[in-house]
Design a binder for this molecule. Structure first.
Ligand code: GLC
Length: 658
């Protein structure tokens, strides 16, 4: 069994980090005074890292930009600039680089717990966020994903995913200095910070876009500009749409200059053309600027879309992997403390390649999107066949693949399930998607979900779903009915889903508000911004309710029932080595379709997670004869892991030392 990390340990660790940082500063200072070796210590570190990757980086760069007139000129400029970013990197981050380089698996254990939030919803401003850090720590969270906070035009922001300036923060939230200070404060408290790097497009108000619009050819070449619709028409033949109802089509006509520009997402999000090496270089500088503010994890937003080619679906093309691999190498050279998190919301076979290979890694982490969607499918069907199959697939993947596990995030749930598998049970994709959406929008008799549809395109029959965990689990529904049993049952479901998520291999990330069972927020429907009114994802992007959060300490309150139980699970997860990502994992048959049994195993420990996805009592017909277990959630000793009767929506965490 691992040890609970207490506050003292953490403080010691913090002091240690500070000491290391101080040491580095000293070395640098000393070096400056010694005429014979000024800053040589630094240079060595940089050149060693550069040396490791130089040949491959140059090769990939020249191959990708072979059609450019002067690829080497751009490459040399890139090399010069990345060194400048290395030099400018604050000493405390350089110290962290070295620390994490020495412990490259620092993020792979069972100690990281994430939470994602919008700063405006959570604390109003970046400065106020600091005051909320005690809450973050009380919630056992040590990894924060701050939703997009860079400059983005009001009314045309796509929740901050239309960036007008990668080097400044949205005015309402504060300044870049505030972000830097917050990141430093987080580091002092052992918290890592993740920020989106929206690299597929810029806002149409970005300086480049404005120059392009004013006719500057150099800047038009950073986007996809066309004089007439003939090329866009050809692209549209093979390129599916991301927002078929809220922003149909992949191109936007700019009437003022009589040109078409490629816009895969909203019309005001202009796709960058990475065939232009200047675009790659400049975007790399933007990324390095952000990591030098103290960002630990860079979320590569919409990364599968960054390379476009006529005659393809413009997703996951080989060049995307070249670019991600180059970014990984550059990050390892300049800021090895930093992790790349790929946002690859694609079919499973398209996701895994973004890890790259052990010799040539790309992303450090990827979203476990299929498991997330499959979990909700299991809630609606009470049938664990598909989730069991999914867990079996995951357990066969190499252990170094680190997934980010989650139940909800700021986006919709797309029903990207394994329909080939479901087909053997006679399940048809279109009809099933409709069933799932009906279930979670309360249209199926007996269902309790209050969700909203997203991009419900009648033609494609591919609507997606929005809503908070608590609302999809029925807590909001039964609360409105004042149905106490219903509320309790839904809380159980909410907790069971979190328990399942927390016991998966990888890094769990809680969606802010879910820890107190926050409901949907319908106020977006009256927003002055028309784009927002049309975008049902805002139903789960409500302002964090601090008043309700206060109720997490009142034992009988819904908030406390969720918060306290989650906290217990989180502490257990970080205390037992069996939750580390490199534990073996496999499923057991339970001979009852609503129950699921997932084993985690190390040389010393064995864990069986049991989950009942049904609102009725069910049996889990396992029969483990290796000895008695402890049920960790209730601390029940001498538990026999055989023929277990499970209460509605219950879960058990059985554990034993071998
Ligand atoms: C990502 C974001 C999503 C955004 C899109 C366009 O998928 O998660 O919220 O709309 O990128 O930037």
């Amino acid at each position: 069994m691992g040890k609970l990390e207490n506050k003292e340990d953490k403080t010691k660790k913090m002091k240690k980090t500070k000491k290391t940082a101080a040491k580095t500063v000293k070395v640098v200072k000393k070096a400056k005074t010694k005429t014979e070796k000024p800053a040589v210590v630094n240079e060595n570190v940089f050149s060693q890292r550069l040396h490791k990757h130089y040949d491959e980086l140059k090769w990939l760069y020249c191959e990708l930009y072979q059609d450019d007139k002067q690829p080497l000129v751009h490459f040399d400029e890139l090399m010069k600039k990345i060194k400048e970013f290395y030099i400018a990197r604050p000493n405390y981050l350089k110290a962290l680089d070295i620390e994490r380089e020495q412990q490259p698996d620092w993020y792979k254990g069972n100690k990281l717990l994430g939470m994602m939030m919008y700063v405006n919803c959570f604390s109003g401003t970046l400065k106020n966020f600091e005051k909320r850090l005690p809450y973050i720590q009380e919630s056992n969270v040590n990894y924060l994903h701050l939703m997009p906070l860079l400059s983005s035009p009001k009314g045309k922001s796509d929740g901050g995913y239309a960036v007008a300036d990668f080097r400044s923060v949205q005015e309402d939230l504060g300044t870049m200095k505030d972000l830097e200070n917050l990141a430093e404060k987080c580091h002092e408290n052992g918290i890592s910070v993740c920020l989106d790097f929206v690299m597929n497009h810029t806002s149409d108000e970005h300086e480049w876009a404005r120059k392009a619009r004013s006719g500057d050819k150099e800047y038009q070449d950073r986007y996809f500009f066309f004089d007439d619709y003939s090329m866009p028409e050809l692209f549209e033949r093979d390129c599916p749409q991301v927002f078929p109802t809220t922003a149909p089509g992949n191109f936007t006509y700019l009437s003022d200059i009589n040109k078409f520009v490629m816009t895969t997402f909203y019309p005001y999000q202009w796709d960058l053309d990475y065939r232009n090496p200047v675009v790659f270089n400049e975007m790399v500088y933007n990324m390095l600027f952000l990591v030098n503010q103290g960002i630990d994890i860079i979320r590569l937003d919409a990364v599968p879309y960054i390379w476009k080619q006529l005659g393809t679906n413009c997703r996951n093309l080989p060049q995307v992997h070249t670019i991600v691999r180059m970014m990984r190498m550059i990050s390892e050279i300049v800021s090895p403390a930093v992790l790349l998190l790929g946002e690859v919301v694609m079919a499973p076979d398209k996701v895994v390649p973004y890890f790259g290979t052990p010799e040539k890694p790309e992303c450090h982490m990827l979203y476990n999107v299929t498991t997330m969607a499959t979990t909700w499918h299991t809630v609606a069907t009470r049938d664990t066949a598909l989730i069991k199959h999914q867990m079996d697939i995951l357990s066969s993947l190499p252990k170094q693949y680190i997934f980010q596990n989650y139940l909800r995030c700021h986006d919709d749930i797309g029903w990207g399930l394994d329909y080939d598998f479901l087909r053997q049970f006679g399940i048809d994709e279109v009809a099933h998607k409709k069933y799932l959406n009906d279930f979670f929008t309360g249209k199926v008799p007996g269902s309790f979900g209050i969700g909203e549809l997203y991009n419900d395109d009648e033609r494609l029959k591919d609507a997606r779903l929005c809503g908070t965990t608590a609302s999809l689990c029925g807590i909001e529904y039964y609360d409105k009915l004042k149905d106490k049993d219903g509320i309790e049952r839904s809380i159980q479901l909410d907790l069971m889903l979190h328990a399942f998520m927390l016991s998966q291999s990888g890094i769990p990330v809680i969606y802010s508000g879910d820890e107190i069972g926050q409901y949907n927020d319908y106020s977006y429907k009256e927003d002055e911004d028309a784009d927002k009114r049309a975008d049902s994802r805002y139903v789960h992007r409500g302002v964090f309710n601090w008043r309700k959060a206060g109720r997490r300490k009142i034992k009988t309150a819904i908030q406390a029932k969720i918060y306290q139980n989650l906290a217990k699970m989180e502490k257990i997860r970080s205390s037992y080595d069996v939750f580390k990502a490199d534990a073996d994992m496999y499923t057991l048959p339970t001979w009852e379709k609503s129950t699921l049994a997932v084993v985690r195993e190390t040389a010393q420990e064995r864990f069986i997670g049991l989950y009942n996805f049904s609102e009725n009592e069910q049996m889990a017909w396992i029969n483990e004869t290796d000895g008695l277990y402890t049920e960790l959630l209730t601390d029940t000793k001498d538990f026999k892991a055989a023929g277990i009767k499970m209460a509605p929506y219950s879960c058990l965490w059985l554990w034993r030392k071998k």
